[in-house]
Design a protein around this ligand. Structure first.
Ligand code: AMP
Length: 396
């Protein structure tokens, strides 16, 4: 039994993940965690203990209209009931956008909250839910320390040339620039690479975070030097419902000639595009891979094509490549997407070990492959807990 604990909350567009970690010195031990998925449609909660035993499972009927706010209080209560007598030291949150000013985990204060609210237009799918989670905790435990961990932070040191759009400097200095996201996941993966393969960690690695949201990060000696998402989480790869990179001229066409409103275009690009938009079948890669519908196959082809194409761009930013790492839902679980991506990148000297790939082994390239290809499960929750613990021990 541990005496102290940290709770993490990761509120996404239609899900909330939570985890409780016991703190023993600077060691973090996962004790309980889970996820509510399908918020807005048919919510489903599953919570497990460290050995994977289900502690709670509940399905709400479709159309109950329950939103994030309705679940946050309950999740917090559930987590508190499973602290096993430990004192809750603080809560760590994933916050998608830290803008130009927040690039290290920060204790939540009213003024920080205000500044983060101003960034909602830059991440409309996530930021409101991230901040709602902070407010929900503050309303039930006003004195409890809360820490915001930013998805943009890991990319803060990207070279200036990688952070700029080719627009007049007045706009760039107002903050219209490339930020990059999925930084909590990339930071965790960079640390895992250092632990698993110290020589590779000193080299040039592309990490493919392929989940509902998807991006690539170019790591040079463990630091992000370029990434595919930019000003918002729309840029770069094809995603579950997001378009990925699209010619800005196409948006002008939609505005000026198709007379779509800004809200309609926003909905189109964030919610009706990507795998869902192309296939008309689903935003879910597993469903598409199992489908016989030719439009599902087209969507998967486009996903892999754009992934390999963007990897090519990052290869050029890095000036070479030593390793490729797959992570997140698709990256960790889809041998098919990994196989097809590596096939497209075979010209680089990647040779896939088909058997290791099918088994989701840690290393899926052959020993003679010029580039080492790995599967590393991400753990954003642990990274958030680590930062929260560090923030708590730092003088305010
Ligand atoms: P995430 O956002 O990281 O939870 O990832 C969600 C994505 O991972 C969805 O598109 C899922 O279909 C996909 N995924 C999960 N398991 C598999 C699998 N076994 N095969 C293909 N895709 C999967």
């Amino acid at each position: 039994m541990v005496a102290q604990a940290i709770l993490t909350l990761n509120a996404g567009s239609s899900s909330i993940k939570f985890a409780v970690f016991g703190c023993d010195g600077d060691q973090l031990e996962f004790t309980t965690g889970g996820k509510i998925e399908g918020i807005g449609t048919a919510p489903h909660l599953v919570a497990r203990d460290a050995s994977g035993i289900v502690l709670a499972e509940h399905r709400w009927e479709a159309g109950t209209g329950l939103q994030h706010e309705d679940f946050l209080g309950r999740l917090f209560e559930f987590a508190e009931q499973h602290l096993d007598g430990a004192e809750l030291l603080g809560v760590g949150h994933r916050v998608v956008h830290g803008g130009a000013h927040f690039f290290a985990p920060a204790r939540v204060t009213p003024s920080l909250l205000g500044a983060l609210e101003a960034l909602i237009p830059l991440a409309p799918l996530h930021q409101p839910h991230n901040l709602a989670a902070i407010k929900a905790v503050a309303s039930v435990r006003p004195g409890l320390s809360q820490t915001a961990c930013f998805d943009t932070a890991f990319h803060h040191q990207m070279p200036a040339v990688a952070s700029r759009f080719a627009i007049p400097p007045a706009l760039s200095s107002e903050g219209v620039r490339r930020y990059g996201f999925h930084g909590i996941s990339y930071e965790y993966i960079a640390r895992r690479i250092a632990a698993l393969d110290p020589a590779l960690a000193k080299g040039k690695v592309i990490v493919a975070h392929l989940g509902n949201g998807a991006s690539l990060c170019a790591l040079q000696a463990g630091q992000s030097i370029d990434t595919t998402m930019s000003f918002t989480t729309l840029d770069g790869l094809v995603m579950g419902t997001r378009s990925g990179g699209i010619d800005p001229g196409a948006l002008l066409y939609l505005l000026q000639h198709k007379h779509m409103s800004a809200d309609q275009i926003s909905q189109l690009l964030y919610e009706q595009s990507g795998l869902l938009g192309v296939s008309g079948v689903s935003s879910d890669m597993r469903t598409l891979l199992e489908s016989c519908d030719p439009r599902a196959a087209d969507a998967v082809d486009l996903f892999v094509y754009r992934l390999a194409r963007e990897a090519g761009a990052l290869l050029s930013s890095l000036g070479g490549l030593d390793g490729l790492v797959f992570t997140a839902g698709i990256g960790e679980n889809s041998a098919e997407v990994r196989r097809r991506t590596c096939e497209r990148l075979a010209w680089l000297g990647i040779t896939l070990d088909e058997d290791a790939n099918a088994r989701h082994a840690d290393v899926i390239s052959t020993p003679s492959s010029r580039i080492s290809v790995r599967v590393i499960p991400t753990d954003e929750e642990r990274m958030i807990a680590r930062h929260t613990q560090e923030t708590l021990t730092r003088p305010a």
